[in-house]
Write a protein that binds this ligand. Sequence first.
Ligand code: 26V
Length: 793
Amino acid sequence: MSTSALKDSVLSHLKYSLGKDPEHATTYDWRVALSLAARDRIVDPWFESTRATYRADAKRVYYLSMEFLIGRLLEDALVNTGVYDDAKAVFDDLGLNFGEILHDEPDAALGNGGLGRLAACFLESLSTLGIPAMGYGIRYEHGLFRQRFEGGRQVEEAEDWLTQEHVWEFERPEAAFEIGFGGQVYENGGRAVWRPQEAVIAQAFDTPVVGWKGEWANTLRLWGALPKTVLDLQRFNAGDYAAAAEPEALARTISRVLYPDDTTEEGKHLRLKQEYFFTAASLRDLIRRFEAEHDDLRDLPKRVAIQLNDTHPAIAGPELVRILHDERGMEFETAMEIARGCLNYTNHTLLPEALERWSDGLMGYLLPRHLQLIERIDTAHQTQHPGIAIREHGEVKMGELSFIMANRVNGVSALHSDLMKVTVFKDLHDMHPDRIVNQTNGVTPRRWLRTCNPRLSGLITDAIGDGWIKDAERLSELEPHVNDAGFLDRFVQAKRENKVDLGQWIAESMGISVDPDAMFDVQIKRIHEYKRQHLNILETIALWQEMRDNPNGDWTPRVKIFGGKAAPGYVFAKEIIYLINSVASVINNDPVTSKWLKVVYPANYNVTLAERLIPAANLSEQISTAGKEASGTGNMKFALNGALTIGTLDGANVEIREHVGADNFFLFGMTAEEVMERRTVEGHAWDAISKDPRLARAVDALRNGTFAGGDHDRFRGIADNISGPDYFLVASDFSDYWRASREVDQAFRDTGHWARMAALNTARSGWFSSDRTIRSYASEIWDALPSKPLRNI
Ligand code: 26V
């Protein structure tokens, strides 16, 4: 593909698709023209992938997920199709700022955090590996809220990515299904017939997802909700215009907004509607596709593997049984067997408050037939395996339902899968000992190294060639280079340049100056008590206090960077945000410590910001209470980009440490087992505080108004929690965290040794590629084979 052909294509789209000439084109116009030119290059491999799948009659993988946190698509598409350099040359030639054009794209935030981002990495890996697959989800009009700080407090604003045209998608008016809710169940000739009371239309919107080198493209199919009748003409003619538009408004509500809470199940009526809406549409769509080619639905499990991303699509079990049994007249047992042959379930959290349960009342009201079938499934299972109920205390437990309806159930890291077997799913695991398997998460090295960190990836490619991009385990070929001083110098240089860029951005956007030679210490993730941002900020306070005690000390300069959103209703998490911002404004304005310590908390952390922060990080904070973080995936991105981890033995940290080597990882804190034990000790927090004067003084600073303009009450809630119930054991882990942090300080001063450790992190993190994860799902869960790559560009 030559630069001039790409230029012609961009100019042609500018003229014919946007109706603009170059003299009047805005950044938006150029960005859309370039996106359309890039999209053109994806359409052929996309069609060809579909044709190849039909030709081979290959088994298809369907990934059902309430969330796909895809972020921006243009840069990734240019890199994966190999035209990034050409595109840059075209825009340089036109005298336009290429970076600005790429940054004009809105960040598609159709997810809350790890679960949604994992789904996006998986789609990209499925395409890179050439596995016929489709992601199914919801086309939210408003993604995750935008975060602002007002006086240090989080304020949420509606996100509106769809107010601009979403250039990557193709609307599919012909792919539409009617989805019903409510109503009654009748009997007709011995068969149950569900007559829903209301219905909406689920309409498909397709986005192609292209893999590395543009060899294969799969589809992300998102469902938008439309009314069956757009306008109630009778009411309109009678002059009641608001009422006339009601059906449309009601229907559209279903795909209007992403639920921003990944902590507590609030039992919202609309959320259950969203879940059924996209699950039912997806099942109908895949059955239609199956039946276009095959005539016996009993073959479905041979042709189709369905992965349920957490319990959000768990209604797929009863819905599939309903279609096969009620609508197609199969025996209930046969229907069950077919459904179980297709379905698999991934669990992403053990936090009891995040495990979905729906009341019988709500379920019976919205999905009356499904509730009956769930009862039947429950009874059938109990007959064979007494002692476990899907329904309990008037609620349906979606985890139990998913487990029982699944062929395979998986956790997302080795520790998490082991804990599943002894905690939430203990009884079910004892009954079905082969069902739980582990699939440790991964991240795509295309976006999370090749694209987001061009300096480091250029250096790697110079050293070992570009084979690592498709086969990340080849990063191990870097190992011999870590003993080469020249290579290490360039490694350090790449990191430093990334830090300078980030420093400039921080100065411009926040007015804080940071020293690029200071350690960039980063904690970015949703704000949760279990993730313990408050442990990090307490350590920051204690460090600041010591610096003030000893202003002539030889301190290791640090920039503490935080990023993350709190669920709008999670009061304690919002207090933590307020505390971090308040500590930042005191510390950043302290002339005594300002050359050593800064606290930076940019608002509105999202995928795009992660792509800016991770390449510039020296230290990755993975400090959750052991046993609580199912896996983590940010931890993998940091290690891949040559940051060292300070972390607990939690989630995938355990495996990261095994891979990079204990010498190249700063471990602290209690193990999951010790955590459980410690919690039973009466007064554990108080005990820890009384043993560590540093901790006592830091907690005291929360109570004496140091960070609240003298107000003793403002952060009392946090102080009382840490010194009282302290469920997440902040106090008990503090001393060891402090110890490890000072080891980090010492290690950072030995720049040569640090560089070697950092380079070893990159060299040994290839295993955390989502390609490895997907290969393993394909062989151990889906029994799906990669199809042959189609062509090389
Ligand atoms: C739960 C709920 C509850 C109801 C309302 C909306 C909602 C949305 C999401 C969730 C589940 C959150 C679970 C989750 O995101 N888990 C994360 O999954 C990552 C990918 O496996 C993993 O790396 C993180 O450790 C885990 O916290």
